[in-house]
Design a protein around this ligand. Sequence first.
Ligand SMILES: [Zn+2]
Length: 228
Amino acid sequence: MTAPAVSAALREAAALLLPVACAACGRPGEALCGGCRLALRPDLRRRRLDDGVEVVSALTFEGPVAAALRAYKQRGRTDLARAFAPAMRAVLVECALAHGLLLDAVPIPPSAAGSRRRGYRPIELLLHHAGVAPLGALRWQRATDDQRALGVADRDRNLRGALTVRGDPAGRAVIVVDDVVTTGATLREARRALTAAGAQVVGAVTLAATPRVLPARTSPPESPGDSS
Ligand SMILES: [Zn+2]
């Protein structure tokens, strides 16, 4: 087991021993209460980005979904990976049915700062709980500004050229996996980097999608990694 995996496993074990509250609404006694758990049932939505890639998302980023996802990424609630697994599995299965079963799932990596702070890699952990081994083919090659402070056009500019490929994904059919899609800027940059390296990006999946593209400064989080 890698160090982040051990750390995540210890956190999950600790969450079982310590008193817990619902990550989404704060109700004591359960890691996620019955009402909030219902909100995590997948309800698939599709959206085509302007580079032609179709994104399939399982949840709407609002209410209990947004609260639970923030707790998962920002407050170390790795125990929620299990609660998110059915939604993540649903979008992966949908993509596999549409594009074939021999797909590699390439997660958007967390930023270096996000990895150090958390000690776990949220999207890879989600994939593991959904029963899929991630292909870690992307890494950030430079720092980027927090996407939340930017408008739609600036989000693209901020991320352009920021991702690079590790290993050799040439000739592989891949899907890009992220937690939340807002404007699609992160997914577009991932597709650019992977395509330049010879991979075929057949689609993208995210756990959640924002209900709409919001103006700058009120937007919900978008990767890279630690911004959401
Ligand atoms: Zn709740």
